[in-house]
Design a protein around this ligand. Structure first.
Ligand code: FES
Length: 321
């Protein structure tokens, strides 16, 4: 089943190579059929991948950002998934064409003296280009990389061979879970923590970093985070300032749906609050943020919201639409 959405394809690319990079993980190398240069991107970026079946999925770019002609992604087979990863593993072949969106980055690498990268399983993918960048800049960094088994941990050998003891590999079947108390128990001012992995790991890291200085931790989620019930269950109004229309958003519809009905042309992709496509500036009012992208300080600014999932705390919101 395709994820609903209307994000435009930026390009049709060719699957130049498909290689296993761990148990249950394949890497795809994508190039333009004409050899055309691909849009630039920064570490932490992801693209929508539109499969020949029409299914759309989001994947982090994990290759070399300075290679302007190649994108690389890695795909974990998800037995409980909705079929996208199974298609990529079982059907997609080198030479096939796939659509992509322009890269988007909601997990950017902020400047810091030191970094601690924490990966759980396939969560290593957005961290690879970050590590590459930190290394290029000569910064102090370490990677704590957990996975079920060594064999399931993509790019493990490449990382340990390239970076030696900066990389701490923790296969669960040999060493148990990551020792977050040891790594995060004492806040380290000047160190930023970047974490990507399954929800229980993110929750544990968030809890372990609770006493760290503000803005120390940044996480990226694969799936929508569990949210508290909406702040209000009453309808609210949304004014589209540039369009000059006001719509009423009832509890059964999303803001995205309501503003589209009013004629606003808003792009979307995941419609689950994870991809960032429907980000919209807020001019007045306080959104009830229900996405899995924004950090706490970004939520507190109340100057933007993800229309597919977020709602309103107030009777009225004004959007820059
Ligand atoms: Fe993906 Fe809204 S469409 S966050």
């Amino acid at each position: 089943m395709a994820i609903p959405g209307n994000a435009p394809q930026a390009a049709t690319l060719t699957v130049a190579a498909k290689q296993p990079v761990a148990e249950g993980v394949v890497a795809l190398t994508l190039t333009h059929p004409d050899g055309t240069r691909l849009p630039d991107w920064t570490p932490g970026s992801h693209i929508d991948l539109v499969l020949p079946t029409g299914t759309t999925r989001q994947y982090s770019l994990c290759g070399d950002r300075w290679d302007a002609h190649t994108y690389r992604i890695a795909v974990l087979r998800e037995p409980e998934g909705r079929g996208g990863s199974a298609y990529i593993h079982d059907e997609l072949r080198p030479g096939d064409r796939v659509g992509i969106s322009a890269p988007r980055n909601h997990f950017p690498l902020a400047p810091s003296e030191k970094y601690l990268f924490i990966a759980g399983g396939i969560g290593i993918t957005p961290l690879l280009p970050m590590i590459h960048q930190a290394e290029l800049l000569g910064l102090d960094w370490q990677l704590l990389y957990g996975g079920r088994t060594r064999a399931s941990m993509a790019f493990r050998e490449q990382l340990t061979q390239s970076y030696g003891d900066r990389v701490h590999v923790v296969p669960q079947d040999e060493s148990g879970l990551l020792d977050l108390d040891a790594w995060l128990g004492t806040p380290r001012p000047g160190t930023k923590v970047y974490c990507c992995g399954p929800a229980p790991l993110l929750a544990a890291v968030e809890s372990a970093c609770a006493a760290w200085p503000p803005y120390s931790l940044r996480v990226e989620r694969f799936t929508a985070a569990l949210q508290a019930p909406p702040v209000r269950d009453l309808p609210f109004e949304v004014e589209l300032r540039r369009t000059g229309r006001t719509v009423t958003v009832t509890p059964e519809v999303s803001v995205l749906e309501a503003v589209r009905r009013a004629g606003a042309d808003v792009l979307s992709s995941c419609e689950q609050g994870t991809c960032g496509t429907c980000l919209t500036p807020v001019l007045e009012g306080r959104p009830d943020h229900r996405d899995s992208v924004l950090a706490d300080h970004e939520r507190a600014a109340n100057d933007c919201m993800f229309l597919c999932v977020s709602r309103s705390r107030d009777d009225r919101l004004v959007l820059d639409l």
